[in-house]
Design a protein around this ligand. Sequence first.
Ligand code: C2E
Ligand code: CA
Ligand code: CA
Length: 603
Amino acid sequence: MADRLIYVAGNPDGYPLEYYDPGTECYQGVLPELLRCFAEESGWEVRYYEPGPEDHREDLARQQQVDLLSGCGTGEEFAHTEGELLAVLTAEEEGTSASYGFLCTEVAPEDLREELSSFLAEVSQETRTGLLLEATETVQPGTGTGLLPLTVGLGVLAALLLAVLAVGLLRSRHRRQQEREAGEVDALTGLGNLDALIRHLPAVVNDKNRALYHLIYFYVDLERLGRQAGQTGSQNFLRHMAVVLREFVGEQDLLARVSEGGFVLLRMAGGQESERLLLDAVLKRLRLGPDGEDAPYLAAGVAPLAREDRDLNELLFRAGQCARAAYAAGESWRLCTPQELSRLQEEQRLREDVCRGLERQEFLLYIQFYVSVKDLRIVGGEALCRWEHPEKGFLTPDRFIPLLEREGLIETLDYAILEKVCTFLEELARGGVRDFMVSCNFSRKTFSSEDFLTRCGEILSRHAFPREMLVAELTESSLFRDQGQARKNAQALKDLGLRIALDDFGEGFTSFYDLLEYPVDGVKLDKSLVDNIGRPKGEAILKAMMQVGRDLGLTVLAEGVETDEQVRALREMGCDMIQGYRFFHPVPDWDARRQLLEREAGV
Ligand code: C2E
Ligand code: CA
Ligand code: CA
């Protein structure tokens, strides 16, 4: 192919026709793009001669180093050139006409001139068809006005836009062809994949226009989609997404499916308000499935690009994070503002922390004893997690549980704590302590998963202690929302010999009668109910709840008890157990074990 190699001297300063981009250390713009297309179509290998910020065209022409000079205008003269200017753009302005394009040098191969000019004719043909006229309206005014090294008027600008768009059209045609050739097409949707996006990005987005772009990441919750729509339904939905998104892709934009559940639209954005409306419209369309059904399986994160945002992975990560955060919050899309980003970064750091913390056993087991109302004797304790963070210090669950839940790490923590609880109970049992129970919290995610039973079973099988010493604390949402699996899991726990307590009772809307459907042994009345003691109406409700609970044979525990007045009232109402700072604060597991073993030994 060496004889099909040509060298080009570029114009570093002819934005947007041709200019030097220090980021990529290449020439960018309409002309380099055209040459790339030309190379692909013709088989010429085209190389720019030492791209840089200085204009060396005259020198290179004189030294006969190059075959082509690029970014030349009418009237510009260079040494050793041959023939007319091969014009890419001609603009009429106030009676004079100016053209811009390429000049062949005397050393250029013979066929080059002919092939390049017929290629350029094809571009202008497409321009003339008017195919692109419509699209000019969507182009940002100011994409390059005034930067062309001439005083340009509107006529020139319009022509320039046409040229830019013509390249866009050619480019997208080439892009599709290249993607097919390189296996960069997603088989399901026909969109380009991540490799395609990586390859085409530099040709579309550059230092000069980057700030005009938004990267929109569409995150799809594949797990939920699969569960609700099945495999075929999921595939139809993903195809439908591709169809809808394609409608919103302009010539200056890129669309790709970058992962199983991630679509990316890199879009030259309009004004703030119009983008907002557009996003609302796109998401509304997407959130209606192929048959117009409700399909709330996705959300988008929108990252406006800054001039220095050159790292695609970083952008994908950011926008993906925003999309997930939006999805978790039930929003249809979220803008990655600097505040949002620093919040996400903080979470990312915390996430890395969590993984390290889990590995290095930084999560500790604390036990908060609860007492029997009858004689105020310790009858059990709740397992509560604490995080001994190497830099941030001692963290309580409100600082990390919501994050773990969002990030899908809560199961890991729940099972890690269960393991510690089992070790704790085994040691107690070995020390002769039997009349004590530990209640262990399980998040909804953990409890409603299919492998819950297997994983619990594995952990339990490693530890010997009477199973009735272990209580599973579940919240209403874990027990009643995902009914099928949760019901199975609850029954399986009972079959293993565990007891089940319903946590935070009174916070939600479950009635005692709903409880009868489930194998629940006890309820923990939420602190908010206990706080009502002393207020006649609130107290009446509490009393009524306690009565029904007792009638149904459930053990009733009151949480968050802080005062003697509360203890007195609860005793009168017939409450069975009390947990609260009035008696005990949570203590480390070794301390709780010491206290219990000492009590057993009669110390
Ligand atoms: P929870 O299950 O409702 O646990 C009771 C919370 O109330 C604990 O907060 C406890 O320290 C606090 N508390 C106890 N008595 C009093 C009192 O008299 N006054 C006041 N103001 N508060 C009292 P903690 O330890 O911060 O735990 C918060 C929540 O974090 C727990 O609420 C539980 O839902 C969750 N959690 C803790 N450990 C784990 C765990 O290992 N796994 C899971 N999934 N969740 C956990
Ligand atoms: Ca609890
Ligand atoms: Ca609780």
